[in-house]
Design a protein around this ligand. Sequence first.
Ligand code: NAG
Ligand code: NAG
Ligand code: NAG
Ligand code: NAG
Ligand code: NAG
Length: 337
Amino acid sequence: MRLNNLIVLLSATTPLVAASPLSWLGLAAWDVEGFAKDNPIGPTTGGKGGATVTVDNVDDFKAAVAGDERRIVKVKGELNFTSRPKIGSNKSVIGVGKTAHITGSGLDVVNSTNVIIQNLKITFIQDNDCITIRNSTRVWVDHNEFASDISKGPDFYDGQVDIIRGSDWITVSWNYFHDHWKSSLVGNDPAFRDIDFGHLHVTYHHNHWRNEGTRGPAGRFGHQHVYNNLYVDFLYQAIHSRSDNQVLVEGNVFRGKTREALSTYGLVIPEDSPNTCTCGDEELDGFANLGARNDWGDAGVNITQVGTFVKAPYNFKLTPLPLVAPIVKTWAGVGKI
Ligand SMILES: *[C@@H]1O[C@H](CO)[C@@H](O)[C@H](O)[C@H]1NC(C)=O
Ligand SMILES: *[C@@H]1O[C@H](CO)[C@@H](O)[C@H](O)[C@H]1NC(C)=O
Ligand SMILES: *[C@@H]1O[C@H](CO)[C@@H](O)[C@H](O)[C@H]1NC(C)=O
Ligand SMILES: *[C@@H]1O[C@H](CO)[C@@H](O)[C@H](O)[C@H]1NC(C)=O
Ligand SMILES: *[C@@H]1O[C@H](CO)[C@@H](O)[C@H](O)[C@H]1NC(C)=O
């Protein structure tokens, strides 16, 4: 049986083996992998070892995610927030089934450490990002779905997963990001060099981006390892490394109307909501290194300088390039874990 057919078969027969045919086939990691696992302060475990509580309303959710105590918070149904809940340290926030859904306001992970966010649909958030990770360490954002309406332009909605103010040791995996302009900004201001430089280590793997505008991701001052992601119609610019940021880009697949897969040219392009000029904002260039082969499709690549981030400082499972698209399409998003 060809491997492709095997994958299709496995995805059709899941629940039994939901824990992960992919990991026992050695094709991809299902558990936390990358900077949220291997880092100097210890692996991300979230609420492991703490009590499990199930919440189905806004007030119970806010109470359950507050504080630093270890807790596993299972989320049922739709919660429409009017202000942003703050997720405290040592929490796992996990949607139940396929219907756990955050609307209204998004989630903040601020001044926290050791947080897992999984299996949540987060859509049409208008007050800020879907998830903002600020001054926080060890966060694993896994198997969620983020969406809005790209026709409203770059600034009607904000980011999907933004990682800012010296945050560190983050993994963003198996998420389905679609129909939204600005996806994932790492370091939100070129003036924050002192806060951000040397932090912002983020791993992005097996995410599915479809019909998005910019920032898949866009980084400043940090290090991002971007591997085995699928980009379909990432319209203006997918990976952008600027302001002395470093990216290691390997084993990704770009399809459809994706104009630019990767750029280290510092210009914040007009389509990416520059602050001072409609022609774009000038910043210092970033750096990029290429590891295992990528499939760029018809997209452009503009590497102005290579850097020192040539190899991931951890072991990881690299999915063979021809299997990236079918595996990511099948296994990213909600209802899979
Ligand atoms: C929460 O995590 C922090 C950092 O790991 C730790 O210092 C603290 O003791 C934890 N709290 C509990 C209740 O486990
Ligand atoms: C959330 O609640 C607000 C009112 O507080 C309402 O306007 C909005 O339509 C609700 N959103 C959803 C998705 O139900
Ligand atoms: C984060 O920590 C800073 C500095 O201690 C504090 O000013 C700020 O209010 C904290 N933010 C939150 C949301 O707790
Ligand atoms: C960052 O968070 C830590 C707690 O983890 C806090 O002590 C510190 O003051 C925060 N810094 C800022 C600038 O908010
Ligand atoms: C690529 O980068 C150079 C700067 O080194 C810039 O002049 C050029 O316009 C860039 N190309 C694109 C397509 O952005």
